[in-house]
Design a protein around this ligand. Structure first.
Ligand SMILES: NC(=O)c1ccc[n+]([C@@H]2O[C@H](COP(=O)([O-])OP(=O)(O)OC[C@H]3O[C@@H](n4cnc5c(N)ncnc54)[C@H](O)[C@@H]3O)[C@@H](O)[C@H]2O)c1
Ligand SMILES: [Zn+2]
Length: 364
């Protein structure tokens, strides 16, 4: 992309139509590599052949490896099967793994790249909004275990991230909405104008998706810029990265008490509204902030209330087992205003009394 976004040596390109120039882009960055293209079966059916043709046109002989779509296949067993197939096909240290798909594929194929032959280069080609603006950026890879999500993994930064917003044209609405919750979060934590832009363009974002849609491009580009900026700055200012956790302390707790019966983005939307109310109660934010967040989430078709049958008390209890809490102490990332987070002096982690958390959840 013009101006060139980079993070930990990863070049991040946001370009409509990039899928068809995948081969040339990868060959320019990683010459003389053998390509292992990994995609779930659904994404492979939609885009596998175009990706393969582009890689072949650049002189490669790509091997397409697929696995069944869905979180339950982000597992050690799929990782084992993918790595076995690479060994059997004679892939060596000159392998480059190309992850084409959503966050499940990015995390799983990323973990294959992190571990195969003690680590080979990775190219992320995210195909969901969530993967474009969140999962493909930051270098986290891994798989789930029966005891929990992302329990086994490694940091492995991609050499290249190629986000083609045209791929969003086929993404189901529910998946678009789920990713949109993270984009709304980016607006709240870093850019009030972007928050306003999302609110003004919701119809286009949710129903547009024309192949040359400038709105998708702007959405993906601005969100990536914000996430890159936060992750990059955290190398110096310890703690800033926590702001990306806005909406997630309560969001993860809701995912947990519903046994993941709710989409991640939906839980984050409820979490952002509840944590916005919490910020108001703690007098960190002005009244009205939580309402602004709720209005946009609601208009985006995201839930803003606790699911039926879920009580504030059980959500509070679940926040204590969040992996980002330490010793049972829960530190929230809370906004001061749209585009600005509170707590810069204390590493952006703000403890909250139980009573205020309960009140905030009751207020939803
Ligand atoms: N590594 C990170 O930093 C990070 C951050 C956030 C989330 N994650 C992980 O991401 C995963 C969730 O990612 P996700 O929401 O992208 O889920 P996903 O990868 O399961 O994709 C959702 C569904 O959409 C389908 N799909 C993907 N692209 C499509 C397209 N362009 N058109 C039509 N269908 C398409 C997939 O086949 C799948 O069925 C979770 O496992 C989560 O832990 C990782
Ligand atoms: Zn999230």
């Amino acid at each position: 992309m013009p101006g060139g976004l980079t993070l930990h040596g990863a070049e991040i390109d946001v370009a409509p139509g990039a899928l068809d120039t995948l081969g040339a882009r990868i060959a320019a960055r990683l010459p003389a590599h053998r390509v292992a293209l990994i995609a779930d079966a659904q994404v492979a059916a939609l885009y596998g052949e175009r990706a393969r043709a582009s890689l072949a046109a650049a002189g490669g002989d790509p091997l397409l490896l697929t696995f069944p779509a869905g979180e339950k296949h982000k597992s050690r067993s799929t990782w084992g099967s993918l790595t076995d197939q690479l060994v059997e096909a004679g892939f060596g240290r000159d392998t480059v793994v190309v992850a084409l798909g959503g966050g499940v594929t990015g995390d799983l194929a990323g973990f294959v790249a992190a571990t195969y032959m003690r680590g080979v280069p990775l190219v992320q080609v995210p195909s969901t909004l969530l993967a474009m603006i969140d999962a493909s950026i930051g270098g986290k890879t891994g798989v789930d275990t029966p005891s929990g999500k992302n329990l086994v993994g490694a940091f492995h930064h991609p050499a290249l991230v190629i986000a083609d917003p045209q791929l969003l044209a086929t993404l189901p609405q529910k998946e678009v909405r789920s990713g949109l919750a993270e984009a709304i979060k980016h607006g709240v934590i870093a850019d009030a104008a972007y928050f306003g832009w999302i609110a003004a363009n919701l119809r286009q974002i949710l129903h547009g998706n024309a192949p040359d849609d400038a709105t998708s491009l702007q959405l993906v580009r601005r969100s990536i810029e914000i996430k890159v900026d936060v992750v990059r700055k955290d190398e110096r200012e310890r703690g800033l990265r926590k702001v990306l956790n806005f909406g997630h302390t309560i969001g993860h707790a809701i995912e947990q008490v519903t046994a993941y019966g709710i989409a991640h983005g939906e839980a984050v939307a409820i979490g952002m509204v509840a944590e916005g109310i919490l910020a108001e109660r703690l007098r960190l934010a002005q009244r009205g902030l939580a309402d602004s967040i709720a209005t946009v989430c609601d208009a985006a078709g995201l839930p803003v209330r606790l699911p039926d049958g879920v009580s504030p008390a059980e959500v509070l209890t679940a926040t204590r087992t969040d992996k980002k809490s330490s010793g049972g102490r829960v530190a929230y990332a809370l906004p001061r205003a749209l585009g600005e987070m509170a707590g810069s002096e204390s590493g952006y982690g703000i403890p909250a009394p139980d009573a205020d958390v309960i009140r905030a959840l009751e207020h939803l």
